[in-house]
Design a protein around this ligand. Structure first.
Ligand code: FE2
Length: 208
C-alpha cells in the first residue's frame, strides 16, 4: 500500500451561513427602533417562539415605513448573496423571486425564544437593530444559538469534541442568514435596554 500523501479529504454536507455587519446603519437603526417600539405599544403582536417579549405580526413591510423598506432591500441583498454563495448555478442568472415574511421582536429582561425551525421556507435570518446591553454581565445573555443540524454528531462522532451549536452575540447592524432547517433559539436576556431584532423567512416563489 502506498502512503496517504495523495489522500483526498472532504467536508461534505456543510451548512451555509452568511454573517454581515453593516457599519453605516446607525441612523437607520435609530429610526427602526422608534417605529418598532411605537408599533409594540399599539399592537399585541403574536405568540410564536417567544417566551415573553413582543413578536410583531408578520407584516413588517406594512407598518415599518421608509426605514423598513430600506432594511427590506438589505435583507433581499443578503438572501441573494447567501444563495449565490451556495449555488454556482445561480450566478449571472435572473435572481430568484422570494416571498418573505418579516417581523420585529423586542425582548426585555427575562425574555427568550424557544428552539424551533422555520418550516417550508429556504432561508431564515435576523437583523439586529440594537445590540445586547454591554452592562449585562452574563456573556450568554440574549445570544442567538444555531444548533448543529445533525443530532447524531453530538451523540457519537467524537462526542464532546465537536461543537453542537454556534452562538452569535447580537450587534447593531448585523445580519445573519441561515438555512431554515437549522434549529435555533434565543437565550434569556438580562439587559436593561430592549433587545430589538427583525427576523425574516424567505421562501422561493415557484414560477407558474
Ligand atoms: Fe426563528
Amino acid at each position: 500500500m502506498t502512503d496517504l500523501a495523495s489522500r483526498r479529504f472532504s467536508h461534505l454536507f456543510t451548512t451555509p451561513v452568511l454573517v454581515h455587519q453593516w457599519t453605516d446603519a446607525e441612523e437607520l437603526n435609530r429610526n427602526l427602533a422608534a417605529i418598532i417600539i411605537k408599533n409594540e405599544s399599539e399592537s399585541t403582536g403574536e405568540q410564536r417562539s417567544n417566551a415573553g417579549g413582543w413578536h410583531s405580526t408578520g407584516d413588517f413591510e406594512r407598518w415599518a415605513g421608509q426605514p423598513g423598506h430600506e432594511l427590506i432591500r438589505g435583507i433581499g441583498e443578503a438572501v441573494n448573496a447567501a444563495t449565490r454563495a451556495c449555488y454556482e448555478l445561480y450566478k449571472g442568472r435572473d435572481p430568484i423571486r422570494w416571498r418573505s415574511t418579516i417581523w420585529a421582536n423586542v425582548n426585555r429582561r427575562g425574555n427568550y425564544n424557544r428552539g424551533h425551525i422555520q418550516p417550508n421556507v429556504q432561508w431564515s435570518g435576523v437583523y439586529y437593530v440594537d445590540e445586547v446591553d454591554s452592562d449585562d454581565a452574563d456573556p450568554g445573555s440574549g445570544l442567538l444559538v444555531l444548533q448543529h443540524p445533525n443530532v447524531a454528531v453530538m451523540m457519537g462522532f467524537f462526542a464532546g469534541l465537536n461543537p453542537d451549536h454556534h452562538a452569535f452575540r447580537p450587534r447593531a447592524g448585523m445580519i445573519i442568514v441561515f438555512p431554515s432547517y437549522l434549529a435555533h433559539d434565543v437565550q434569556p436576556y438580562g439587559g436593561e435596554r430592549p433587545r430589538i431584532s427583525i427576523a425574516f423567512n424567505a421562501k422561493r416563489e415557484l414560477l407558474p
